[in-house]
Ligand binder design. Structure first.
Ligand SMILES: N[C@@H](CCC(=O)N[C@@H](CS)C(=O)NCC(=O)O)C(=O)O
Length: 206
């Protein structure tokens, strides 16, 4: 049985939804950012990066969303959450998820977590101001070039979809109007209709 450490409103939502879609047996532990629990000695002993998500498996501990999503998809092949038997198609899934992880997430982090990169208040302010522009540019690229539609990879739902759903959920807070991206906006509606998604969103609130 796997155990997911998550915090509400974070990228951990993607793995949470993927576990649910996979039909996995798992438990969850909510980490409180309000009390900085991700920096507590107890949590750092589990994930020394001090971030969520963390997935405890019977093989060991995994971090990094793209790795966790690939692991979930490969561990539950019947759920068909990725084209695991097709090296090129699987690499396309990894390329999409890597872009979300290494570019889009980092764009966003410059608003709430600018102190990772600078201490100077003017630099922090400049980083925050740039976020609407960098997030919009990334989502323009996803909308026009990367997302096949209706799901990210076309007709098949994959682990890319909960990840896109999660990061698209940050657009409003980053002052980007999702109406600019009709495919991504429709994707959010399709996602919200999935039982796994509503179940996880309700569980996160509880
Ligand atoms: N590359 C990691 C990023 C993990 C990450 O930065 N998570 C954020 C939440 S979205 C976090 O835990 N932040 C806590 C902090 O910075 O203290 C992944 O994709 O899983």
């Amino acid at each position: 049985m796997m155990k997911l450490y998550y915090a509400t409103g974070t990228c951990a939502l993607a793995s949470y939804i993927a576990l649910e879609e996979a039909g996995a047996e798992y438990s969850t532990v909510k980490i409180s950012f309000a009390t900085n629990e991700q920096r507590s000695p107890e949590y750092l002993a589990i994930n020394p990066k001090g971030r969520v998500p963390t997935l405890v498996t019977d093989r060991g501990i995994l971090t990094e969303t793209p790795a966790m999503l690939a692991f979930i998809a490969q561990s539950f092949p019947k759920a068909k959450l990725a084209p695991i038997d097709d090296p090129f198609a699987f690499a396309e899934v990894q390329a999409f998820n890597s872009y979300l992880c290494s570019t889009v997430h980092i764009n966003h982090a410059h608003r709430p977590r600018g102190s990772r990169w600078a201490d100077d208040p003017a630099a922090l302010d400049a980083m925050k101001k740039k976020v609407p522009e960098t997030m919009a540019a990334s989502f323009d690229l996803i909308e026009s070039k990367m997302m096949k539609g209706p799901w990210v990879m076309g007709d098949s739902y994959t682990v890319c979809d909960p990840y896109l759903f999660t990061l698209a959920g940050w657009l409003e807070g980053d002052s980007v109007d999702i109406a600019r991206f009709p495919k991504i906006k429709a994707h959010r509606h399709h996602m919200a209709e999935r039982p796994a998604v509503s179940k996880v969103l309700a569980a996160q609130k509880g």
